[in-house]
Ligand binder design. Sequence first.
Ligand SMILES: [Zn+2]
Ligand SMILES: [Zn+2]
Length: 245
Amino acid sequence: MPVKQIVPALWEGLMDLLYPEGINCYLCGDKIRGQHTYGVCPVCRKEFIFVGEKSCSMCGKQLDRAGLCSDCRSFRHYFDRAYSLCVYDGKVKEWIYSFKYAGRSYLARPFGRMMAERIKEIGMDRWVDCVVPVPLHRKKQRQRGYNQSRLLADVISRELGMGKARDLLKRIRETPPLSGLTRLQRMETMEGAFYMNGKEAAVKNVLLIDDIYTTGSTVNQCARALKEGGLVRVYVFTLASGKDI
Ligand SMILES: [Zn+2]
Ligand SMILES: [Zn+2]
């Protein structure tokens, strides 16, 4: 097994050992009695508002109708199409926070598997050559110990048998947290934050994986770097997206 694949395999093995699926709910910790979805109990599962047909036809954000959201009517994106699994709200918001900042890296398993299921339903796995996670800056990844988007991309690639290009994108500089910033400030902050690292001739279309889509500034700059690097199509799938703002 190539060295690059050993680490995710070890991580998976360790997770199996520490957090065996179906005993306690990954999210609330309660004992699971009966049915569960990827280790998530029915009560927690109900907290997810899954994005359906009534969503933006460009960025995939939930709307109360079909069509384009106000954001996509005013701005062009570099990516070709984005989708999200669920709405970034309520308990889901808390869980994603703990996934990112409280060391609950094992949540990549239920989250990644739910994402994989939806990606397959849409058919996105057939549109692309591989998955690419949004990179964290080296320093941030060292502090946190992991990159949550990379863990999600690992689970998705394993579930769907898709290739992954974990190091195709690099983060040039550190960026401050985007929460609380306006759309314009977010755009300015993320401008030129990424570059594409080399190119494999076989890779033309990719699926970019991230945790949250708010105004899309991060994935948009990633898509820009990938297209400037010669890729043809960049699709995006995120765990959760904010409501239309
Ligand atoms: Zn639960
Ligand atoms: Zn939109």
